[in-house]
Design a protein around this ligand. Structure first.
Ligand SMILES: [Zn+2]
Length: 111
């Protein structure tokens, strides 16, 4: 049943999402419109300010986390050699869609 198995993996491929890359913005704030599904990072003079992305659940909401040292709460951003970002700790939307996920190497891992 190779044909059947191929069909299953093709359908899975349609629903599994593309990995998110990181896009640095040379500014202390993020653009008003996040046009792609990438993770946007506001950076000024080499200092990371904040990261933002469109909620991966599909609700369309914009999520923003602080990366700046000394603020609370804040997140750690790491970017691997191929440009895929990870955030630590997990991102949790307290109201609305209540999404809770980890971003690891550009992939969403739901909690
Ligand atoms: Zn959402």
């Amino acid at each position: 049943m190779t044909l059947f198995r191929n069909l299953i993996s093709w359908v899975r491929g349609l629903f599994s999402e593309r990995r998110r890359r990181v896009e640095f913005i040379e500014s202390d704030e993020l653009p008003a419109q996040l046009v792609s599904r990438n993770l946007y990072v506001a950076r000024e003079d080499g200092e990371l300010w904040s990261a933002g992305m469109v909620c991966p659940c599909g609700c369309g909401r914009r999520l923003e986390v602080m990366l700046l040292k000394g603020v609370k709460p804040r997140w750690d951003l790491s970017v691997d050699k191929t440009g895929f970002p990870s955030l630590h700790p997990s991102v949790w939307v307290a109201d609305g869609c209540r999404s809770h996920f980890w971003l690891r190497n550009g992939k969403i891992h739901w909690c």
